[in-house]
Design a protein around this ligand. Structure first.
Ligand SMILES: NC(=O)c1ccc[n+]([C@@H]2O[C@H](COP(=O)([O-])OP(=O)(O)OC[C@H]3O[C@@H](n4cnc5c(N)ncnc54)[C@H](O)[C@@H]3O)[C@@H](O)[C@H]2O)c1
Length: 247
């Protein structure tokens, strides 16, 4: 089956960027948010924001007509019913397991039977979300990095129940969207998959360095940039991720 229509649930920092990427890749996208202010702000963000579609035109990555076509494929809405009748849902609501479990339970009741439910959780066990549904084979983790239009990350988190077909479909979507899908195994007990577990170890050590008075936060950041050619140090990473690198 061709997966042509994507529903994005939550259109904040990540959801709006994910909607933009999938529309540029050629998919019709319905992006829902409970907050009308977020829905009102999202079109300007994906059009003229720092990582928006017009910037891609200015850098020669898209023609003006490709940009306009991509924009015409995204519909931001406060009407959840419009977003659930899609082939693949990408969930990007806040990182709270209780919220995600109740959303997955509701989506399972409302979405067509074939719809895949993918979560952009930063680290919760995907199997906990799968267990809230009657379609555990069609539940998967698809962890993006911020800002979605720029970062190649497609950390595909396969729960024990996730089917081969679901995994292949999401990897195909990720590749089509210009990302670099890598399938990893879900963990029932650890938060963070691969990326955020390793990042968490690094931030714990950075905090120890600061607490011991060895260096300040900004010195730690600058040292890591200078030493490893990182685009940002560990503390800059936290503020960039939460604001969408708009500053
Ligand atoms: N910010 C990052 O760098 C980053 C990177 C990778 C993954 N993530 C993950 O992506 C998810 C979203 O993070 P974000 O930074 O975009 O957060 P955000 O706060 O910017 O956006 C979340 C949006 O979800 C909306 N929302 C809340 N409950 C909802 C519901 N029931 N239905 C629909 N919309 C709802 C909110 O109004 C808000 O606009 C989290 O799980 C986060 O851990 C974030």
């Amino acid at each position: 089956m061709a997966h042509e229509k994507i529903g994005v649930i939550g259109s904040g920092v990540m959801g709006s960027g994910i909607a933009q990427v999938m529309a540029i890749a050629g998919y019709s996208v319905v992006a829902f948010d409970v907050n009308p202010d977020v829905v009102d702000a999202a079109p300007a963000l994906v059009t003229d924001g720092r990582f928006g579609i017009q910037g891609a035109v200015a850098r020669g990555k898209l023609t003006q007509s490709e940009a306009e076509e991509a924009l015409s494929r995204i519909h931001f809405t406060t009407d959840r019913d419009a977003a659930v009748v899609t082939d693949v849902i990408i969930e990007a609501i806040p990182e709270r397991l209780d919220l995600k479990i109740s959303l997955f339970r509701e989506l399972d009741q409302q979405c067509p039977e074939h719809t895949i439910l993918a979560s952009n959780s930063s680290g919760f066990p995907v199997q906990a979300l799968a267990a809230a549904t009657n379609r555990p084979d069609r539940v998967i983790g698809w962890h993006w990095a911020s800002p979605p239009p720029v970062m190649k990350l497609a950390e595909i988190v396969r729960a024990p129940q996730t089917s081969d077909k679901t995994t292949e479909t999401i990897c195909h979507l990720g590749t089509t969207a210009g990302k670099h899908p890598i399938v990893i195994q879900d963990s029932a007990t650890n938060w963070g998959y691969v990326t955020n577990r390793v990042y968490g170890a690094m931030i714990r050590e950075a905090n120890a360095v600061v607490a011991e008075g060895v260096a300040t936060r900004s010195e730690v950041d600058q040292l890591m940039v200078d030493c490893f050619r990182w685009p940002s140090g560990p503390y800059g990473m936290v503020s960039g991720a939460t604001t969408g690198w708009k500053g």
